[in-house]
Design a protein around this ligand. Structure first.
Ligand code: 13P
Ligand code: ZN
Length: 271
């Protein structure tokens, strides 16, 4: 068996957490990350039939039975994950009953997966329906997007249009727009269901006064998506106090979509 501490799926995971922390997105234990792994790659490092302990998930995810995930631990600090992955991160398989996690590695101090597991796994389920290559769900608390939810309408079309109009590349990176949820209690099945429902249409879901969720085929894609949304929000907040002399216009948004061959929700760019 190979040394798991050298597994690319683990080192990429913890270096992403370190980058998220470095950017100031994840204070204290803020944020959580999950990646669906391929059984074949995990088998090189772990005996996938050796279950260390079982942890109830608190919801039913039949379509994920047998799937293996690497997930941050609840209450754990992103800044510590690279130095001690075995305590701060865990790898588990969804048991045959669809509602139990079978721990294969990690959560060494007796801990467990993030309190946001419902939002993560329910989002995985919905994204996989629209994109079978989706592997990553990332939740984080970036300062600017979070601040924007205090001063901007939470209407999805308006929120998205503001972001699109601040940086040319936004229409290219998230032509599908961003979903927005009003403030809700976090860590519950309810917010998980609401987030997953938005994930049917969007790869980014903003949680007002809390943070956001992003989805992607790999860690770089999910990270880059959130990075772009966050930068657009930063620019919006920087220009908001001033009289704006020029925005990216609707005809220009259309031109970008045409040039990069992307489709946006009907009616979200004006004629
Ligand atoms: P966890 O520590 O349970 O992952 O929670 C952090 C968080 O961001 C809650 O939304
Ligand atoms: Zn959070």
């Amino acid at each position: 068996m190979k040394n798991i501490f050298e597994a690319k799926f683990l080192t990429d995971f913890t270096s992403t957490l370190a980058n998220m922390y470095r950017l100031g997105w994840d204070e204290r234990n803020g944020g959580n990350l999950s990646v669906m792994l391929e059984e074949e790659e995990v088998k090189e490092y772990l005996d996938i039939n050796n279950v260390l302990r079982t942890i109830p998930m608190g919801f039913y995810a039949p379509s994920l039975v047998g799937k293996i995930f690497i997930v941050t631990g609840t209450g754990k600090y992103f800044k510590n994950a690279q130095g001690d992955p075995e305590t701060n991160v865990g790898i588990f398989k969804v048991a045959k009953d669809g509602e139990t996690a079978e721990l294969l590695w990690g959560y060494k101090d007796g801990g467990k997966f993030t309190s946001e597991l419902p939002a993560h796994l329910m989002s995985h389920i919905e994204r996989l329906k629209v994109n079978p290559n989706n592997r990553v769900i990332m939740h984080t608390h970036p300062i600017n997007i979070l601040s924007m939810t205090f001063v901007h309408s939470l209407d999805e079309r308006e929120f998205t249009r503001t972001l699109w109009r601040t940086i040319t590349e936004c229409m290219v990176v998230f032509p599908d727009g961003v979903g927005v949820l009003p403030w809700m209690i976090c860590g519950t099945n309810e917010i998980g269901i609401a987030t997953a429902e938005k994930m049917q249409k969007f790869r980014v879901v903003v949680w007002a006064h809390h943070g956001l969720y992003g989805a992607g085929n790999d860690l770089d894609e999910a990270f880059g998506l959130i990075e772009t949304v966050e930068k657009a929000a930063e620019i919006y907040l920087k220009i908001k106090p001033f009289e704006i002399q020029s925005w990216i216009t609707d005809p220009q948004l259309k031109e970008i979509a045409k040039r990069f061959d992307v489709t946006y929700p009907e009616g979200w760019v004006e004629d």
